[in-house]
Design a protein around this ligand. Structure first.
Ligand code: UDP
Length: 326
């Protein structure tokens, strides 16, 4: 049997884009997903979907053996920041404890390569941008802490057991597969570009623009929006890096440039030719004014060259996907 990469959470938003990127590259994969937020239809037909929980050591062991798994990409996890404040222990269980179970299975069964989905939330609210990978980590919510704890376990397990990892710290992931095969399908998602598209299509009430008095050029928050397909390509490159014996890396995933909330809304209006129903609202607690990656290291270390790094393209693909949902 050929080696397969185990993708946890492959029925979800980012995991499903990665499964399609792997399939496009001819790299065999298998996925475990409990379909709590993911969808079966998002998984490419060529990829076996094992329905179950990544917190189960027995299930992991079976899948790793049955499919000759030699590498893992770990997407399964919870990502809603306010929910992590209300249910911290659920976040530590789902994000941190399950990651430990997965790492432990890898060490026991000799799987030496892990690509891990981390987040810019590990930086908290840093006082300067752009944010490089040496910026001190200081998460401000349990979500960010749950991811940072997993990063630390990976580094320690790397030193002790030779488990090599690429930790990818995502900035603001947005957009959808340009071929329309998958996209962000959670109707209650809270991410700006998703919500703005839903508001434009009348599938949500008006977009609330959270805070217009920040110390930024137009008063709204600035984020580094990255197209999910470019992020998927970064994962494939990270996998190839580990498979050829490359060293462990921690890399920001962004473009190194920011867009404000007003700019995002304006771009969506230009792309669609329609008005986004929007109201100005108070600040959302915990939002840092600016989060922009210093994103040179991933280009240098993985040879990553983004192909979708235009905001209008991100927004166009997000809107096309949203229109395709019924
Ligand atoms: N935002 C907004 N209205 C929304 C959702 C988000 O104004 O309905 C703003 C939010 O305050 C932040 C930016 O858009 O400044 C990005 O928020 P998102 O939740 O997409 O990602 P985050 O940066 O919080 O991870």
């Amino acid at each position: 049997t050929p080696h397969r990469v185990l993708v946890t959470g492959g029925a979800g938003y980012i995991g499903s884009h990665v499964l399609h990127a792997l399939a496009d590259a001819g790299i065999p994969a298998v996925t475990i997903d409990n379909l709590s937020t993911g969808r079966r239809a998002a998984v490419p037909a060529s990829v076996p979907l094992v329905e179950g929980d990544v917190g189960s050591a027995e299930l992991l062991e079976r899948v790793i053996r049955d499919h000759a798994v030699d590498a893992v990409m770990h997407f399964a996890g919870s990502i809603v920041v306010p929910e992590s404040v209300e249910k911290p222990l659920a976040y530590y269980r789902n994000n941190t404890v399950n990651s430990l179970t997965l790492m432990d299975a890898c060490v026991r069964l000799g799987v030496g390569n892990i690509v891990f989905s981390s987040t810019a939330a590990v930086y908290g609210a840093p006082d300067r941008v752009p944010i490089d990978e040496a910026t001190p980590t200081a998460p401000i919510n349990p979500y960010g802490t749950s991811k940072l704890m997993t990063e630390q376990m990976l580094r320690d397990a790397g030193a002790a057991h030779g488990l090599r990892s690429v930790i990818l710290r995502y900035f603001n992931v947005a957009g959808a597969d340009a071929a329309g095969r998958t996209g962000q399908a959670t109707p209650t998602a809270t991410h700006l570009i998703k919500v703005a598209c839903q508001a434009l299509l009348g599938r949500r009430p008006a977009l609330s623009i959270f805070g217009t008095d920040y110390d930024t050029p137009d008063g709204t928050c600035i984020r580094d929006y990255i197209h999910v397909s470019d992020l998927a390509d970064a994962h494939v490159l990270a996998l190839l890096h580990l498979r050829r014996g490359g060293e462990s890396l921690t890399l920001n995933c962004g473009y190194g440039r920011g867009a404000s909330v007003h700019e995002v809304v304006r771009t969506l209006e230009e792309v669609s030719g329609e008005k986004v129903p929007a109201t100005l609202a108070p600040r959302r607690p915990g939002d840092p004014p600016q989060l922009v990656a210093k994103a040179d290291r991933i280009r240098e270390r993985l040879g990553w060259v983004p192909k979708h790094d235009r905001l209008d393209g991100i927004v166009r693909d997000a809107l096309a996907w949203e229109r395709s949902l019924t």
